[in-house]
Design a protein around this ligand. Structure first.
Ligand SMILES: Cc1cc2nc3c(=O)[nH]c(=O)nc-3n(C[C@H](O)[C@H](O)[C@H](O)COP(=O)(O)OP(=O)(O)OC[C@H]3O[C@@H](n4cnc5c(N)ncnc54)[C@H](O)[C@@H]3O)c2cc1C
Length: 479
């Protein structure tokens, strides 16, 4: 009977942490790829020789591991009283669905100084590249290797409600600001060093410049919706599509010429009706730029979609055939509440979990020849633990230590800070997804995040609030 070797039973000495308790019962329940009986769409076929799927089929159940906790990280401990009060208040407002709905209603009317001074420091990197650099230094001190940086004003989609934001940034286009941020942030981030000159972050990895596709040009949403329509039928579409691809190439060209391996460009994923266009355009960029051993650009796959594994397998097959490298961020997906066609998303959370973990496994174990960079973007501790375990198993078995950061973890700033620190202590490369930009624009980002992340409250919500409350009580009673 095959049993996944646990970190705690391996011969390699590693720091003990909450992440070392892998549970095969969780793996078997959530990972083994099985067709969903309620799923009417054709089931994706794993590529030939899928070792990952078959290796998980015969595992014995053991107890669920304990969930990591803020208590075990120094995150809350290090905060001064003001920071702790701020964190407790903000985590309270995002702890239960009713409070989230209230926060979403109140945020548009919240004075900017509150956004800037109370909410902003928890969830965003600052308003200028200089402030972002300071934030990165703080994150590096805590063990994070680098950041995924997102200019928050990009989130202004071209609809009437948000038009005002787009026109405000029109003269200073998103492409220009993105390039400026690469130049003034990523090219200046140095590996973190301690007093004695040793590198303390250890795993300094390339940062990632996260791009929201709908923010790139005025007509991006229309282009993405119709991206796969043939050329030469609608001149307006041809013009807008060329403009969109031009914006993508301008950023990729800049990184290819000046990036020095310090940054990659990663396209975020959007709502389903835009996503086929996003998939096609991000694939086109990978084909153009990830050649000759270089990895300049990557994309995102939303694993909550029923067709996500099919998308992944097709991408892997195409990269093998056409000889380019893949860089991928895997996420579960943020638009469950707002998706008009719920049918495209897995029927249950368990199915989404299976799909996500399966995608990670395939990228790590079955497609290492083409997947040159994998960003495991999640706040789900089971998925983090599984990935960590897989990397450890490879290191033990084949000495494939992931020292070059082929597989990195990423979490949104302000969420699951304790898990991120625990992973970094395991010598894993962990990036923080850091939005930045003027407070007015980051407020829009915060509203969107609150709306989108309602689906992940189970992981991120009350836990942070109760633990910060306990820390507050502990400090007050001690005085
Ligand atoms: C660094 C980073 C970058 C991200 N970038 C993007 C992006 O580009 N595009 C994007 O769409 N999202 C993005 N997200 C958000 C992500 O898609 C998830 O919404 C969020 O991370 C919560 O999922 P989770 O993996 O953390 O785990 P969990 O909290 O365990 O899972 C919650 C998620 O599970 C899914 N789910 C919940 N209930 C059900 C159900 N009943 N049936 C089926 N599925 C269900 C939903 O996707 C929900 O968001 C990003 C997240 C991170 C950390």
């Amino acid at each position: 009977m095959y049993r996944l070797p646990l970190l705690r039973s391996t011969s390699v000495a590693r720091p003990a942490s909450v992440l070392t308790h892998l549970s095969p019962v969780v793996l078997r329940r959530t990972l083994h790829f099985q067709p969903n009986s309620n799923n009417t769409s054709p089931q994706p076929q794993p590529p030939a020789g899928n070792r990952y799927v078959s290796s998980l089929s015969d595992m014995a159940p053991v107890q669920d591991p304990p969930q990591p906790s803020f208590k075990e990280s120094a995150y809350l401990n290090r905060m001064n009283m003001l920071e702790l009060l701020r964190f407790t208040l903000v985590s309270f407002m995002s702890s239960y669905p009713l409070l989230v709905r209230l926060s979403v209603k109140l945020l548009p009317y919240t004075p900017l100084f509150i956004v800037r001074n109370i909410i902003g420091p928890i969830y965003t990197g600052g308003e200028t590249p200089k402030e972002v650099l300071k934030t990165i230094k703080v994150l590096q001190n805590r063990g994070f290797a680098n950041v995924m940086l997102n200019y928050a004003a990009e989130n202004a989609e071209t609809n009437t409600k948000k038009k005002s934001i787009r026109s405000r940034i029109a003269n200073n286009s998103v492409v220009q600001i993105t390039i400026q941020s690469i130049e003034e942030v990523f090219l200046k981030v140095a590996p973190h060093t301690a007093q004695d000159g040793t590198v303390t972050t250890g795993l300094h990895a390339a940062g990632a410049c996260a791009l929201k596709p709908t923010g790139l040009t005025d007509d991006a949403a229309m282009v993405l919706r119709r991206f796969n329509e043939p050329e030469g039928v609608d001149p307006e579409l041809d013009r807008a599509r060329a403009e969109y691809l031009g914006a993508c190439r301008a950023i990729c060209d800049y990184v290819a010429e000046n990036g020095k391996g310090k940054v990659i460009v990663v396209f975020d994923a959007e709502k389903y009706d835009l996503q086929q266009g996003v998939y096609a355009s991000q694939q086109q960029m990978m084909k153009e730029y990830n050649v000759d051993g270089k990895v300049i650009v990557g994309g995102t796959i939303q694993m909550y979609l029923k067709d996500s594994l099919k998308t992944l397998y097709e991408l892997i097959a195409d990269a093998r055939k056409q000889n380019y490298k893949i860089c991928l961020k895997l996420v579960r997906g943020a638009y469950m509440k707002s998706e008009p066609d719920r049918g495209v998303i897995h029927d249950t959370k368990a199915d989404t979990d299976k799909s996500f973990n399966e995608g990670v496994g395939v990228c790590i174990e079955d497609a290492e020849d083409v997947v040159s960079k994998l960003i495991v973007a999640t706040h789900n501790w089971r998925s983090m633990e599984l990935t960590n375990e897989m990397l450890q198993r490879r290191a033990d078995k084949a000495h494939l230590e992931d020292a070059d950061g082929r597989v990195v973890f990423a979490q949104l700033m302000g969420l699951c800070e304790d898990y991120g620190e625990a992973l970094a202590k395991e010598n894993r490369v962990v990036l923080k997804y850091v939005p930045w930009g003027p407070a007015r624009e980051t407020r829009e980002y915060l509203i969107r995040r609150l709306e989108e992340n309602a689906g992940s409250l189970e992981t991120t919500g009350p836990r942070a609030f109760y633990e910060s409350l306990a820390e507050l009580r502990r400090r007050i009673l001690r005085f």
